[in-house]
Design a protein around this ligand. Structure first.
Ligand SMILES: C[S@@+](CC[C@H](N)C(=O)[O-])C[C@H]1O[C@@H](n2cnc3c(N)ncnc32)[C@H](O)[C@@H]1O
Length: 278
């Protein structure tokens, strides 16, 4: 993947959409921060394929490659139905299916096993849509999140703000995880303290061009950002910076990122490879 720290990468691909309702200032400021245009319509002849907009109280990413047939903005796409039925993808702050709705949720399942029983502090160096981060956070680990894509960082910041406002978060006096925007290969070297565990879930090339099993949100992420081609360097940086272990989430068909892992835990169509520091 080309270096993703600059928002110049989005020119011609992404714009901010303001529907004409409410204060336009946050939309203008978002467009300026990302150095992308601000549009007031989603006409099918606009060059951009992706749009960011606030809808239903969240910042959403609209994939408009699929919406020229209908009036843009009220389309639905198969998959991630809950997120898309009102149009657009946002960081989902609700617990995943099967996850217990308590805080801290029990540390069970393959992810918790991989993070390790003695782990207290975790850095998620590839936060993406924040789904693994939020799972880790809800299990009660102390968490810092890193994301290099400025667009994903905006979506995450919006999700983490919504999280902070939830009743249970306020009742328990909890703060959302800290979010750092930038390249983890550099940021990991500058952390104030060594985390017990660094968690990596970089983008691997898909086995097939379009996997029917891939979630819409992950397909959009790949289309917007591309595969992470510097994952070996990221792994090396994580190994240097971690206190006790590095955990790499991989599709089950991919070779282990750092060679033979110390341990592996099998999830559904994926694997958590654990590299313990000696
Ligand atoms: C497959 S997604 C992660 C999905 C995430 N685990 C989730 O649950 O939503 C990979 C993400 O890692 C980010 N990323 C990849 N390499 C990175 C790096 N060196 N520094 C920071 N972020 C990185 C990408 O921009 C992308 O958003």
């Amino acid at each position: 993947m080309a270096e993703q720290t600059s928002s110049q990468q989005y020119v011609g691909k992404l714009a901010v959409f303001y529907s004409g309702q409410g204060d336009s200032l946050p939309f203008q400021q978002l467009a300026e921060r990302l150095a992308v245009p601000l549009h007031q319509s989603l006409s099918s002849d606009s060059a951009e394929e992706f749009f960011l907009t606030w809808r239903d109280g969240c910042l959403k990413l609209l994939d408009c490659r699929a919406c020229s047939r209908q009036a843009r903005g009220i389309h639905t796409i198969h998959g991630d139905k809950e997120l898309l039925k009102k149009g657009g993808l946002a960081v989902d702050i609700e617990p995943r299916n099967g996850e217990q709705r308590s805080w801290p949720a029990p540390k069970d399942g393959a992810l918790a096993q991989a993070l390790g029983r003695k782990t207290r502090t975790v850095v998620d160096a590839t936060t993406g849509w924040g789904q693994d981060s939020l799972h880790i956070f809800r299990m009660g680990y102390e968490l810092i999140c890193i994301e290099r894509s400025p667009v994903m960082a905006e979506l995450l910041a919006d999700g983490f703000n919504r999280l902070a406002q939830l009743d249970w978060m306020q009742r328990l006096n909890l703060e959302s995880p800290r979010l750092l925007q930038g390249n983890a290969i550099e940021l990991l070297a500058d952390l104030e303290s060594r985390p017990d565990c660094i968690y990596l879930d970089p983008m691997f090339p898909p086995k097939r061009k379009k996997s029917a099993l891939a979630k819409k949100s992950m397909m959009v992420l790949r289309d917007l950002l591309g595969d992470d081609q510097d994952k070996e360097q990221l792994f090396e940086a994580a190994l240097q910076a971690a206190g006790k272990r590095v955990v790499v989430k991989s599709p089950d068909y991919a070779e282990p990122l750092g060679g033979k892992p110390s341990q592996s835990f099998q999830g559904k169509l994926l694997r958590y490879d654990v590299y313990l520091k000696g």
